[in-house]
Ligand binder design. Structure first.
Ligand code: 3PG
Length: 217
């Protein structure tokens, strides 16, 4: 198997092992470890730490060091520098809201399993041209929802998706019912208010409820 195919399969296996990938925005580094522990305790192990705050890299490092059960990816990768940062941190995967030629080129030359973000057929074609077949569909609900995803599945049957954006407990199961959806992403399992107040047991309970609901589909 080629290196690119190996990377892609590793990513697909990580994503389908979980169904749900919380998108984490961590403002205070001291929240990182208890937040990751709360998610893992609720049965959610694959986590996307977004590069959206000044402490994001430090937060990801702390989780990798102290919560070994968690599988940490880096999200909000916007350019080749962010991709290099994710690799250097030891992320298990990278994920982006978009797919610029520069970023796709850098990701194709890197060993990091990577999911570009797409919302249109042209972006999908660009991603395929660089050898990627698993995409973040973003922003999923706002870009036409399941109807748009089904329409894209026509010309692109080889592509698998992780829809993200506007997904929550109420519609995650419906998205996961699509044959080309390997996992869904979203921020609903890590609400800012719960992180701020340290409501870790609430986050664990919400994850347990979501996982139970998704497993009983
Ligand atoms: C992301 O960056 O993936 C989105 O902000 C997550 O979207 P959501 O907040 O609607 O879940």
């Amino acid at each position: 198997m080629s290196a690119a195919k190996n990377r892609e399969e590793a990513l697909a296996a990580m994503f389908s092992s979980t169904c749900v990938i919380p998108v984490l925005t961590i403002d205070r580094v001291e929240d990182a470890v208890p937040l990751a522990r709360a998610l893992v305790a609720g049965g959610v192990r694959v986590l996307e730490v977004t590069l959206r705050t000044p402490v994001a890299a430090e937060a990801a490092k702390a989780i990798m060091a102290e919560v070994p059960e968690a599988i940490i990816g880096i999200g909000t990768i916007l350019n080749p520098d962010d991709l290099a940062r994710a690799e250097k941190l030891g992320a298990r995967f990278g994920i982006s809201p978009g797919a610029t030629p520069d970023l796709l080129k850098a990701a194709a030359g890197s060993n990091l399993p990577f999911a570009p973000g797409i919302a249109t057929a042209s972006e999908l074609m660009m991603m395929l041209a660089h050898g990627f077949k698993l995409a973040k569909f973003f922003p999923a609900e706002q870009s036409g929802g399941i109807k748009a995803l089904r329409a894209l599945a026509g010309p692109f049957p080889q592509v698998r998706f992780c829809p993200t954006g506007g997904i929550g407990e109420a519609n995650a199961g419906t998205w996961l019912g699509e044959p080309n959806v390997v996992a869904v992403g979203g921020s609903w399992l890590s609400p800012t208010s719960d992180i701020r107040s340290g409501n870790w047991t609430g986050i664990t309970a919400m994850c347990q409820r979501t996982m139970k609901m998704l497993q009983s589909r």
